[in-house]
Design a protein around this ligand. Structure first.
Ligand code: SAH
Length: 371
């Protein structure tokens, strides 16, 4: 055998077909059989693939592998939420969270080791950024969760939804996130409908336009503020792509994709973005648009200067939005006893960013591309 064994986990169907044809001289239907084994039956070993000829299995073992990340720790919350830390190398780890609900199970996955977006209220941002996850590392989170949950969940409904709301900015890792999403939606992969795969972004406008052309999934946008002055402070990428540009990209996405609506996430920060006039400003931005608001109670973490808005303030904020004809819901916090709630995922990251994005975007020179 010459060269390294190819990891089949995360190879899109076309590439897997090309691999079995070119490297192994086999028919395309072998690729389909392999996909069923890898994703549906959770096989990580070619020797278990009993309907493949012995010779073919030997050939596969020489040329290929199914390499999944390793679980370092598992924590289970009193509400049933599970969090896994997955090993990336000797020191670094990323986190994946499973949120069970009656009749549904949401897996919240990471797209990067850390994050470079530098949002001031997010625990991941404090860790800095190290690198993008590969397609195999993204799909591997689903593979592992599926394996762990099949044993744990009696009703058989393990993963019904996948959301990119773990560590990282998925659109800054576009190249690997899009093929992973294709596997989530492939009928030989995880066979999820496009409404059950959600990409959440802090607002990388050019990539939203690109996604509109290439891949059809539900879009969530971390808005968090109704005007640029405030959003510049909370979500620094806003200094590069302000709200008007971001919203134009969102409406384009919905048009292009025949989608229903964009979900705007809005973290409730006491005394910062939670006043009635903020709600009214938000309502003006969204009026008549295909938008839903999701109000997220702020989840605290060590060293943060923010506090969550009181429950009555959040309810009032929601009511104002509703009175203006907007659909606004409140996200229930899950898994906070194991630091698995939104914005609490820290993992273990060796920071390689020399300057924080917020500081960079304040300076006179704008970086050509912000990763
Ligand atoms: N980078 C992507 C996805 C990751 S975060 C994005 O920005 O959308 C998923 C959601 O949790 C985002 O809306 C994020 O803004 C929110 N979030 C981050 N920190 C939080 C915190 N401490 N409390 C509540 N929500 C938080």
């Amino acid at each position: 055998m010459i060269g390294e064994r190819v990891n089949l986990l995360g190879l899109p169907r076309k590439e897997l077909e090309a691999f079995v044809a070119e490297r192994l001289g086999a028919k395309p239907f072998r690729a389909r059989q392999l996909m069923k084994w890898i994703y549906r039956r959770r096989a990580a070993d070619f020797s278990a693939m009993s309907d493949l000829a012995q010779d073919f299995r030997t050939q596969l073992a020489d040329a290929a592998k199914i390499a999944v990340p390793e679980i370092v720790t598992e924590q289970i919350s009193s509400d049933g939420t599970r969090k896994w830390m997955l090993r990336m190398d000797e020191v670094q780890g990323i986190e994946t969270v499973y949120i069970p609900e009656p009749g549904r199970g949401t897996l919240c996955i990471s797209s990067q080791v850390g994050c470079a977006m530098d949002c001031s209220f997010c625990a991941t941002a404090q860790q800095g950024f190290n690198r993008n996850l590969s397609v195999a590392e993204i799909v591997g989170q689903v593979w592992l969760a599926h394996r762990e949950l099949t044993e744990a969940r009696a009703d058989g409904r393990t993963i019904t939804n996948i959301v990119f709301m773990g560590m990282g900015e998925p659109l800054a890792n576009y190249r690997n996130v899009v093929p992973a999403m294709r596997i989530f939606m492939d009928d030989l992969g995880y066979d999820l409908s496009r409404r059950r795969v959600t990409l959440s972004t802090s607002g990388l406008v050019p990539q939203i336009y690109k996604l509109a052309e290439e891949c059809n999934v539900a879009l969530a946008v971390s808005l968090h503020a109704p005007n640029d002055a405030l959003r510049n402070e909370l979500v620094p990428i806003n200094r590069k792509h302000p709200i008007a540009e971001l919203l134009a990209a969102c409406w384009h996405y919905i048009d292009k994709q025949n989608g229903r609506s964009v979900t705007f996430e809005y973290v409730m920060l006491d005394g910062i973005n939670d006043r009635p006039e903020h709600a009214r400003e938000l309502a003006r931005l969204m009026r008549g648009r295909p938008a839903k608001l999701n109000l997220i109670p702020f989840n605290a973490f060590a060293g943060t200067r923010y506090r969550c808005s009181p429950a009555a303030t959040i309810v009032r904020f929601r009511d104002i939005l509703n009175e203006h004809g907007l659909i606004a819901t409140m996200r229930r916090t899950r898994g906070d006893d194991i630091d698995a709630a939104c914005g609490q995922l820290a993992g273990r990251v060796k920071d390689r960013t020399l300057v924080r994005l917020g500081a960079k975007l304040t300076g006179s020179r704008m970086p050509a591309e912000v990763q």
